[in-house]
Write a protein that binds this ligand. Structure first.
Ligand SMILES: [Zn+2]
Length: 196
């Protein structure tokens, strides 16, 4: 029997200037469990959320999503992945408008798949000067000359086992997530997002 998924809700709130003004205890516990000392309350509160969102395209999409929520399209819900080296975490995020144009983010676990640890995702590993593109939304990696694939497929294709230093990750959005999000954004706003 698979253990039941994590039942906790991870909540954070940004104010009308996109500053993080609240994180709940579950959120802090989750950061601790993932050995993310940079996500301690004292280092996160009062900071712009943009400091914690990596990649130009991902930031652009979050800007679109925030303006939709603030325009009254709320709640907005989407699936995302928040993988650790030894677990594929399928999560869902919901954004809801609060008074004063604040936005509440609520994330929870849909499903967890345990796997052999993937060094590529281990933040403590040395990094080489090479870059690999990772999708911020589904955590797939682009395999040069091929297509977007799960991280294990990328590791096999790129022969990353046995390398002492891992390539750096650069965050972007893959074709299918781009398609899904564009469709949702354009359907509700009547505009086509432009990623160029
Ligand atoms: Zn993706």
């Amino acid at each position: 029997m698979e253990p039941p998924p994590d039942q906790r809700s991870f909540i954070w709130i940004i104010d009308n200037a996109d500053k993080i003004v609240h994180v709940n205890d579950n959120w802090l516990a989750f950061a601790r469990e993932n050995r993310a000392p940079q996500l301690m309350a004292s280092l996160v509160l009062d900071q712009p959320i943009w400091r914690f969102i990596q990649g130009k395209e991902t930031s652009y999409l979050y800007q679109q999503i925030f303006s939709r929520v603030r325009a009254g399209v709320s709640p907005v819900k989407f699936p995302f992945r928040c993988d650790s080296p030894d677990c594929r975490r399928f999560m869902e995020m919901e954004l809801a408008l609060l008074p004063g144009d604040a936005i509440q983010f609520t994330a929870h676990m849909l499903r967890e798949e345990w796997r052999d640890p993937v060094d590529l995702l281990d933040a403590s590993r040395d990094r080489s000067g090479e870059f690999l593109k990772i999708c911020s939304w589904c955590k797939k990696i682009i395999i040069p000359g091929r297509s977007w694939g799960e991280i294990e497929a990328a590791i096999a294709a790129l022969d990353l086992f046995g390398h002492h230093s891992m390539p750096q990750m650069t965050h972007t959005i893959c074709d299918s997530c781009r398609g899904a999000l564009s469709l949702e954004l354009s359907e509700e706003s009547g505009e086509k997002p432009n990623f160029d």
